[in-house]
Write a protein of this length. Structure first.
Length: 208
């Protein structure tokens, strides 16, 4: 009969270091990351609106301006426009880059549109960068998003895809074939897995 620590030592000595393989992300779920995944750019890469509404300069609102001339529409995916007048605004859609000269997004629920004039309710409380997802607030370029040893579930695969890791490196997992404490023990054997593109490390008995 052997003890649990003795069995664990036997397993550790018989672990097989499997070579890294490259697999598509569509096949990466369930594997263990071999190499870290880092942000390829600031996330988000620009200040962007979190609401549909109008983009304004908060200083004008705080000075009492409640009616803003609409200068145009800032759509998601379009280059940033520039606000021509501090007392004007730009209509904006969720996810769009914040126009230059604007630092606040007023949700459409607080806005009454009258032709090209946007009238804002006094119920809204403006402040700098309200309803704005700031550039780099989630991660800065070069930040480690996924560390080696991380098991890839759906959320981790999505993170890898978000930074352009369409192909990642992975390693075939080493799995324990069997072990019996108090009788005989069976050495660990590498599991057979299909090729995968995120890098993985060999699995240890302690991962189970």
């Amino acid at each position: 009969m052997i003890t649990v620590p003795q069995a664990d030592l036997i397993l550790q000595k018989n672990l097989v270091s499997c070579p890294a393989i490259r697999i598509p992300l569509t096949s990466a779920a369930g594997r263990v990351l071999r190499e870290g995944v880092t942000a390829d750019r600031d996330m988000p890469p620009f200040d962007r609106a979190t609401m549909d509404g109008i983009a304004v300069n908060s200083a004008s609102f705080l000075k009492g301006v409640r009616q803003f001339l609409v200068e145009g529409l800032q759509k998601a995916g379009s280059p940033a426009f520039s606000l021509k007048s501090r007392n004007a605004c730009l209509e904006i859609t969720t996810g769009a880059v914040l126009p230059k000269g604007c630092d606040c997004v007023i949700p459409i629920e607080y806005v009454e549109m009258d032709s090209r004039l946007a009238k804002v309710s006094d119920e809204f409380k403006a402040s700098a960068f309200r309803n704005v997802h700031r550039k780099g607030s989630d991660a800065r370029k070069g930040d480690v998003l996924l560390r080696p040893g991380c098991r890839l579930a759906a959320a981790q695969v999505a993170v890898a895809a978000a930074v352009g890791a369409a192909v990642a490196g992975a390693v075939v997992l080493a799995a324990v074939a069997g072990a019996a404490v108090g009788g005989a023990s069976c050495a660990a054997q590498p599991a057979r897995n299909s090729a995968s593109t995120v890098r993985e490390r060999p699995r240890r008995a302690s991962d189970a």
